[in-house]
Design a protein around this ligand. Sequence first.
Ligand code: HEC
Ligand code: HEC
Ligand code: HEC
Ligand code: HEC
Ligand code: HEC
Length: 212
Amino acid sequence: MILGGIGAATYLPVLLVLGFSPRTTDIGYQPEQPVEFSHAVHVGEQGMDCRYCHTTVEDSSFAAIPPTQTCTNCHAPEGEGPGIHQASAKLEPVHESARTGEPIDWVKVHDMAGYAYFDHAAHVNKGIGCVTCHGRVDQMEEVYQAETMSMAWCIDCHREPEQHLRPLDKVTDMTWSPEDHGMTQEELGRELKELYNIHDVEYMTNCSTCHR
Ligand code: HEC
Ligand code: HEC
Ligand code: HEC
Ligand code: HEC
Ligand code: HEC
């Protein structure tokens, strides 16, 4: 019991310190990446869907970063068929990775603390769009963190999810608006909340929903 008491006394302060470290609250955090890969070009201009690369968002807690093979579908190295901008120096690290089998060392942008549990599938399959949490990725030359991803931010939405719900076939759409359906977000959100059978506010804001 004494050991338990000491554990509880240190756990909370440690959480408080970790929770406010700049890494987890910095809007705009934008680490340099090993390849000048642009979402603005691939999504904004080429119109690619998020799920072409982030294949697991609908099925798992984690949104997979694509393997080099996904890139070489279009950017094959010399001698392995046609590749878009094959001679570009910007693609050298991609070709190098394809030749050696060493994965590209992408730097994580979002890094939530391990003591909170997040699940992509739970959100994407209930009509929360990527843009709601990640901002206009289709306009980003380099990805940055668009929201605080703090506990208060999570809970704000968990209290009133109807403010953000959208049709399931629009979750990767960056420009969708409820007015496309001739409704306000409030009206549509209430309908969808019922349809998707969203948990009540008590469950959604319970500590153990996110701290398991
Ligand atoms: C052509 C492949 C491709 C497509 C399409 C794509 N992404 Fe990405 N995405 C990547 C790669 C590669 C990275 C890792 C490098 C980086 O952060 O730029 C990444 C990183 C990210 C990150 C940051 C991950 C982290 O480290 O925290 C987010 C968020 C993201 N993508 C969201 C999206 C969204 C939303 C869409 C659709 C609107 C999308 N992506 C479409 C390839 C893609
Ligand atoms: C479906 C095809 C497709 C896939 C898959 C794809 N790209 Fe591209 N990428 C393009 C096109 C098309 C362009 C050129 C756009 C332009 O020039 O306007 C391009 C341009 C680029 C450029 C800029 C090259 C230069 O010299 O300007 C880089 C770097 C790049 N892609 C990296 C990647 C990476 C890394 C991946 C994998 C995560 C990837 N691409 C996946 C189609 C693709
Ligand atoms: C409800 C908010 C929310 C939605 C909706 C959401 N994400 Fe995320 N995303 C997050 C959070 C929070 C993290 C950080 C998770 C972590 O660090 O453990 C994250 C991380 C990521 C990452 C980095 C890899 C990972 O899983 O940690 C990628 C890539 C990504 N998201 C892409 C997407 C795409 C694509 C969509 C839409 C199909 C999407 N996200 C929808 C909140 C969201
Ligand atoms: C924009 C709204 C929104 C934001 C932001 C958001 N969520 Fe959610 N979250 C939802 C909705 C809607 C559901 C689905 C609830 C359901 O299935 O009844 C959900 C479900 C969950 C679940 C699964 C609950 C279960 O047991 O089914 C977890 C865990 C969760 N969210 C954690 C988080 C965390 C952690 C954050 C912040 C990093 C976060 N959420 C941010 C809207 C949001
Ligand atoms: C909707 C999800 C969610 C719920 C519900 C939730 N938390 Fe959190 N909590 C988080 C996230 C996300 C973080 C921050 C993780 C990070 O900064 O990387 C966090 C951080 C914390 C921290 C660290 C300090 C801080 O404020 O950042 C403490 C302590 C904490 N939570 C306790 C609780 C308690 C007690 C409850 C119940 C009253 C609760 N949480 C309910 C998601 C949640």
